[in-house]
Design a protein around this ligand. Structure first.
Ligand code: HEC
Ligand code: HEC
Ligand code: HEC
Ligand code: HEC
Ligand code: HEC
Ligand code: HEC
Length: 374
């Protein structure tokens, strides 16, 4: 017996040593941490949508059963309490980031600004606003030819088909994200081969998610890092339809290419004038921020108001901008929000106060550093 006992003990030690090694390898992959949803199942799921005879799938005022047996739809969980101040709601210990609330905006902005007569301040997703809610717009401005009827204020959704998050194929809503929340990769998203591994569940998009102040662009060193390139994409079908006919993805993996899947002409190389250098015919995105003797050379401290993208996903957020190095580029999010902002055209600042020679700062002047000079 005593002789027999030793073997399992040694095995246990050897096994735990190996396990320890494996665990430490997993834990020390830089910048690539797991942020899977945590907490009691009952915080987020209901098995029958019934307890004591009452409905349980009621989050955010939603009603009715959902795929994956969740207690709310996308907006049920992510607009849990529209009038509350919490930008991240605590439900039984589980933290749910909010896209519509009364508090301080998270990085993508806030859909509250788009309500009512302010439909021009952001994306009129039908999940919140129903069909045809943008009085001035139907099709997405700049939408690539032939796609005008697919991408409108009557079709736009949070997720899946005609939407932004998840697999953009035939499914909509929670099914388009199935597996993403429990598999969520936090921090560095450099291998976006699944929705869980993509930046903010945007299929195919790379980036660095802020793990210090989650979901926030707080200040010069605590922010997300957007992925960009030094040349925008071309109109080829397979640049948006994976493999030619598959789900819609940003094939260049950039955030601007992602916006370009619906606003193609504003992003395509042909759309900005056919070249990555001046003169341009539309404001460029996914082009290098010039350095040398240009006015851009003075933009050296990262601004969360007019951020640059990076051509390599960094391990940690950086407060430095390096013009002219082929590393720091302009993106759609250098000027725009993603959900909604407090300014017309979902801009990050008030364009109508940008006054050449007026001595202003911020906004356009963050990059065009000499245009404010009186
Ligand atoms: C904080 C919220 C939250 C908690 C807690 C949670 N889930 Fe989920 N779960 C979700 C969401 C949201 C989805 C649907 C979207 C998705 O899959 O990304 C989901 C999907 C699932 C799925 C289908 C997709 C997959 O990943 O397999 C299963 C099964 C599941 N949950 C089981 C559980 C169990 C079991 C527990 C408790 C041990 C639990 N969940 C706790 C939010 C949660
Ligand atoms: C049952 C509640 C629940 C539902 C339903 C739900 N979510 Fe979430 N979602 C969460 C929680 C909790 C987190 C935070 C996960 C974490 O801590 O990283 C989250 C995180 C996210 C994130 C941020 C991921 C990241 O990179 O940090 C996105 C984007 C998102 N959800 C989109 C959606 C969309 C789109 C839908 C509908 C298809 C949806 N969610 C449905 C609870 C939910
Ligand atoms: C799934 C398609 C889709 C994607 C992806 C998309 N948009 Fe849009 N966008 C639309 C549609 C449709 C409209 C017009 C309806 C409306 O106002 O929401 C629109 C409108 C806009 C507007 C004008 C808002 C207004 O009401 O005047 C801006 C600005 C904009 N998008 C910027 C962006 C940016 C920046 C991104 C990337 C972060 C992006 N879009 C990604 C479909 C999309
Ligand atoms: C700039 C990106 C982009 C390019 C380039 C592009 N598409 Fe699309 N296409 C989309 C988006 C986005 C949708 C809406 C799909 C969705 O999310 O439901 C779409 C939808 C479609 C649909 C409607 C059926 C469906 O699956 O929703 C067809 C058909 C289609 N595209 C064909 C083409 C063909 C053919 C080409 C090449 C000539 C092409 N597309 C080029 C982005 C693009
Ligand atoms: C340099 C800042 C800047 C960048 C970068 C930028 N935009 Fe804009 N965008 C603006 C301004 C300013 C407007 C107001 C209309 C105008 O001046 O053309 C606008 C308007 C829009 C509109 C509304 C157009 C309408 O008809 O109402 C859409 C959609 C849009 N932008 C999408 C994008 C997308 C997608 C990208 C990236 C491919 C992008 N923008 C990059 C500054 C920018
Ligand atoms: C994140 C940096 C950034 C911001 C913010 C920005 N721009 Fe630009 N802008 C650039 C870059 C880079 C170019 C391309 C310059 C080059 O390659 O010569 C450019 C080009 C232009 C051009 C065309 C110049 C040419 O040579 O064809 C105009 C006009 C312009 N920007 C105006 C604006 C206005 C107005 C705003 C504010 C709404 C703005 N920009 C915001 C970086 C920026």
């Amino acid at each position: 017996m005593t002789a027999n006992l030793k073997i399992p003990v040694q095995r246990t030690i050897a096994f735990s040593a190996v396990l320890g090694l494996i665990l430490s390898l997993i834990l020390f992959i830089p910048g690539n941490s797991s942020a899977k949803v945590t907490g009691l199942c009952v915080n987020c799921h209901t098995m029958h949508n019934s307890q004591d005879g009452g409905a349980m799938a009621t989050y955010g005022g939603t009603s009715g059963e959902n795929s994956c047996l969740t207690r709310g739809s996308c907006i049920g969980c992510h607009a849990y309490n529209k009038t509350g101040a919490a930008s991240v709601v605590d439900v039984g210990g589980s933290q749910i980031p909010q896209v519509w609330h009364a508090g301080t905006d998270l990085a993508a902005g806030n859909f509250k600004y788009v309500d009512g007569a302010d439909y021009g301040k952001g994306h009129n997703v039908t999940d919140f606003f129903g069909a045809d809610s943008d009085v001035d717009l139907n099709a997405a401005p700049g939408v690539q030819s032939g796609h005008e009827s697919y991408l409108t204020d009557s079709t736009l959704k949070c997720a899946g088909d005609r939407g932004c998050h998840g697999i953009r194929d035939s499914d909509t809503g929670i099914l388009a994200l199935k597996g993403a929340h429990h598999g969520n990769v936090d921090g560095k998203c450099n291998d976006p081969t699944t929705v869980a591994k993509s930046y903010r569940f945007l299929s195919g998009v790379k980036g660095l998610e802020n793990t210090t102040d989650k979901w926030q662009n707080k200040d010069v060193t605590s922010h997300n890092e957007y992925f960009g390139a030094i040349t925008p994409m071309t109109e080829a079908c397979l640049n948006c339809h994976d493999g030619g006919g598959g789900p819609v993805i940003s094939s260049t993996n950039t955030i601007s290419g992602f916006c370009g899947t619906c606003h193609g002409n504003f992003h395509f190389l042909a759309g900005i004038g056919g070249d990555t250098s001046s003169p341009f015919t539309r404001h460029p995105t996914d082009v290098d921020l010039p350095g040398g003797t240009t006015e851009f050379a003075a933009y050296t401290t990262y601004s969360v108001e007019a951020p640059v993208g990076r051509t390599t996903v960094p391990d940690t957020a950086s407060g430095t901008v390096t013009p002219g190095g082929g590393t720091d580029v302009i993106t759609c999010l250098s000027c725009h929000g993603a959900h909604g902002t407090n300014y017309p055209d979902m801009l990050k600042w008030d364009y109508l106060t940008m006054n050449a020679g007026g001595g202003g700062s911020g906004g356009c002047f963050t990059c065009h550093t000499e245009k404010d000079n009186p």
